[in-house]
Design a protein around this ligand. Structure first.
Ligand SMILES: Cc1cc2nc3c(=O)[nH]c(=O)nc-3n(C[C@H](O)[C@H](O)[C@H](O)COP(=O)(O)O)c2cc1C
Length: 185
């Protein structure tokens, strides 16, 4: 099998990530890959925020305040978990869908396009020798978080990509049988 196919078939998320993250130059190449996501009508319905260094603490405080608005009686353990969540990787990329009205491209397709960009980032991160995981959870759909990140009314969080270096061995990949998922019509 050729190397590219082997690589694509072995992409593997990593929940545990440590420093270093890809350099700014490496991230620029990674974002160039994202910009090749399929995109109906060339709408470019995406943008990306990076959060690194001390900004992760600020983001953690935003996640905690959002948690307390959603769940005013959240206990200290839940608050600490929310506050520390962004510290699980040295670099976070927020993939945002910027949705505009279009006569032929419904909002759903613009979200799909941004999700393809997120997947492209995962692949490009791994191709660059690093690792990542796509996370969402309640904060991705929380208006307080969106406002804190500066999202406009027509924007949505598609992914929080946690990016860094893989900590420990990669998890084993389940061997799935394509015939369980593919049929001829
Ligand atoms: C839209 C989306 C949201 C996700 N949100 C989370 C999440 O919040 N937390 C989490 O642990 N995994 C989340 N995942 C799953 C992981 O990114 C990952 O796919 C999963 O751990 C399986 O690992 P694999 O990608 O190596 O197969 C999400 C995946 C997608 C596509």
């Amino acid at each position: 099998m050729n190397e590219i196919l082997r690589f694509l078939q072995q992409r593997n998320s990593s929940p545990k990530l440590h420093a270093p993250a890809p350099s700014s130059a490496a991230m620029a190449e990674i974002f160039r890959t994202a910009l090749r996501a399929p995109d109906h009508a060339w709408m470019r319905p995406w943008r990306f925020l990076t959060i690194e260094g001390e900004r992760r603490q600020a983001f953690g405080e935003l996640l905690e305040s959002a948690l307390l608005l959603r769940t005013p009686d959240a206990d200290e353990a839940a608050c600490t978990k929310a506050r520390n969540a962004p510290l699980r990787a040295p670099l976070l990329v927020v993939v945002i869908a910027s949705i505009s009205p279009h006569p032929k491209v419904p909002a759903q397709e613009q979200r799909f396009s941004a999700a393809c960009a997120a997947h492209a980032i995962l692949l490009a991160v791994e191709a660059s020798g690093f690792a990542a995981i796509w996370r969402t959870g309640a904060p991705a759909f929380d208006r307080h978080v969106m406002d804190g990140l500066g999202l406009a009314e027509n924007e949505e969080v598609i992914a929080f990509l946690y990016i860094g270096s893989r900590l420990g061995p990669a998890k084993s990949i389940p061997q799935l049988d394509t015939t369980d998922y593919v049929t001829a019509w």
